[in-house]
Design a binder for this molecule. Structure first.
Ligand SMILES: Cc1cc2nc3c(=O)[nH]c(=O)nc-3n(C[C@H](O)[C@H](O)[C@H](O)COP(=O)(O)OP(=O)(O)OC[C@H]3O[C@@H](n4cnc5c(N)ncnc54)[C@H](O)[C@@H]3O)c2cc1C
Length: 414
């Protein structure tokens, strides 16, 4: 059987689409096979930090993303009583050479999908192809797929990259005994609401703490109507003994989490009102997996959530997938379509992303909120300086940036 392309990508999520653009730019032919029959703008907000935006800029995507995203200006922290704790500028305002974007996952996926169709052709993404297994031999790989009506087909290529997300079929093939994703003990309820701009109009807010209820709130679309409203993304996170179903589209119930936020009516935002106005609430458990020792086996490898699912506490899930793409495309360009290229990709990315997975568990940026919550025993404070100094808070934030590879001095345009 002749080969359909040099690299076959499994999954048209954020990682798979960015990889297609990266390989195309490197002069390597590729195709994506995606399980769903139709790509819909699912999910809620994601944040792209400057290290990921740099890669997307090199792929000629910055302008298109800036049109649909909110260019984040600041990251700001409050306790559960709405008292200010810490603020730091974000993206360009912090001196990075690239912005931070707060964006709806559906808008990000659509932008990437449009670019793939324009540059690689309309047939570059094949829908309704659920990968069930991948085999390899001396000459190449064969990936096997199932369609929604039960038909089976196979595709030959030189290399296969599993970009098939947290429930990756490709990963399971190499790690069959790994078990389900690891529950962090926290469930998340997410939604989007039309609101007038609050704070700077481009602020990423983190407030409260997980044991009593934590909120992450940021706008993801500007000017969505004639009143100048923004689409605001919010995520409520609460420690819960039982994990919710691992279904990205699973519906959540207001009564399961709202009581923790019912009195959150602050001068900077009526959080309770925002939740009450939301029409569709999604629920998902906060999960990850232990870092793997390797992703590459011969001519097959993994990328993004398939390789390193992480708890969403550092705005790095999509970002690290995007960084993988740049590295993998570089290695394939340098070493050709070889096992060596995949081993080099492993050498550079496996440990780097494993460190972020572990850091997201133990010391993500919201450790700032934990410190304040623990030191005040969950009570309001009179003077923040008596609780914690700004330099201590800054140290927590900087330690995370170091591990995640998003330090300002490393990310300036020459
Ligand atoms: C529907 C959905 C909604 C999400 N919502 C959010 C959100 O609101 N906030 C957030 O932070 N993160 C969300 N995520 C996760 C987020 O997109 C990822 O953490 C991150 O962007 C890394 O991207 P990825 O490409 O590795 O994985 P994903 O973006 O998860 O993409 C994986 C892709 O592979 C496809 N796929 C899965 N199995 C197969 C198979 N066997 N064969 C072929 N294709 C397959 C999936 O349909 C999907 O398109 C969501 C993911 C999905 C799939």
């Amino acid at each position: 059987m002749s080969k359909e392309c040099e690299v076959l990508i499994i999954g048209a999520g954020i990682g798979g689409l960015t990889l297609a653009l990266s390989l195309h730019q490197a002069g390597i032919s590729c195709r994506i096979h995606e399980a769903v029959p139709e790509i819909k703008p699912l999910g809620a907000g994601v944040n792209l930090l400057p290290h990921a935006v740099r890669v997307l800029d090199e792929l000629g995507m910055q302008e298109a993303l800036a049109e649909v995203a909110v260019t984040t200006r600041e990251s700001i922290f409050f306790n559960r009583f709405g008292q200010f704790v810490f603020r730091e500028p974000a993206g360009l305002e912090a001196g990075y050479g690239w912005p931070q974007f707060s964006i709806h996952r559906g808008d990000l996926q659509n932008c990437l999908l449009d670019a793939v169709a324009q540059r690689l052709g309309a047939d570059a993404v094949q829908l309704d192809r659920r990968c069930i297994r991948v085999e390899q031999d001396e000459e190449g790989t064969t990936a096997y797929f199932e369609t929604a009506d039960g038909a089976e087909l196979s595709v030959r290529s030189s290399i296969v990259i599993g970009c098939d997300g947290i429930h990756s079929a490709v990963r399971k093939q190499f790690y069959p005994d790994e078990g389900k994703p690891r529950y962090s003990g926290v469930n998340m309820w997410r939604g989007t609401t039309a609101l007038k701009p609050f704070l700077s109009g481009a602020s990423m807010v983190r407030a409260g703490w997980l044991s009593v209820g934590k909120m992450v709130i940021y706008p993801v679309r500007n000017n969505i109507d004639a009143e100048g409203n923004q689409l605001v993304n919010w995520v409520a996170e609460i420690e819960s003994p039982q994990p919710a179903d691992r279904d990205w589209n699973g519906r959540g119930r207001l009564e399961d989490f709202f009581p923790a936020f019912a009195d959150w009516r602050f001068e900077w935002l009526d959080v309770a009102g925002m939740i009450e106005q939301t029409q569709t609430i999604l629920e998902y458990p906060m999960v990850d997996q232990d870092p793997l020792p390797r992703w590459s086996f011969g001519r097959i490898s993994l990328l993004g959530d398939a390789a390193h699912p992480m708890v969403p506490r550092g705005s790095n899930g999509a970002g690290q997938a995007i960084l993988d793409c740049r590295c993998l495309a570089d290695q394939l360009r340098q070493h050709g379509l070889t096992e060596k290229a995949l081993l080099e990709y492993d050498r550079i990315r496996v440990k780097a992303t494993g460190d972020v997975v572990l850091m997201n568990r133990i010391a993500p940026p919201d450790t700032i909120l934990k410190e304040v919550h623990d030191r005040t025993r969950g009570k309001p404070f009179d003077r923040l300086d008596d609780v914690i100094s700004q330099s201590e808070l800054m140290d927590i934030s900087n330690r995370y940036k170091q591990v995640a590879g998003v330090k300002v001095e490393d990310l300036q345009k020459l």
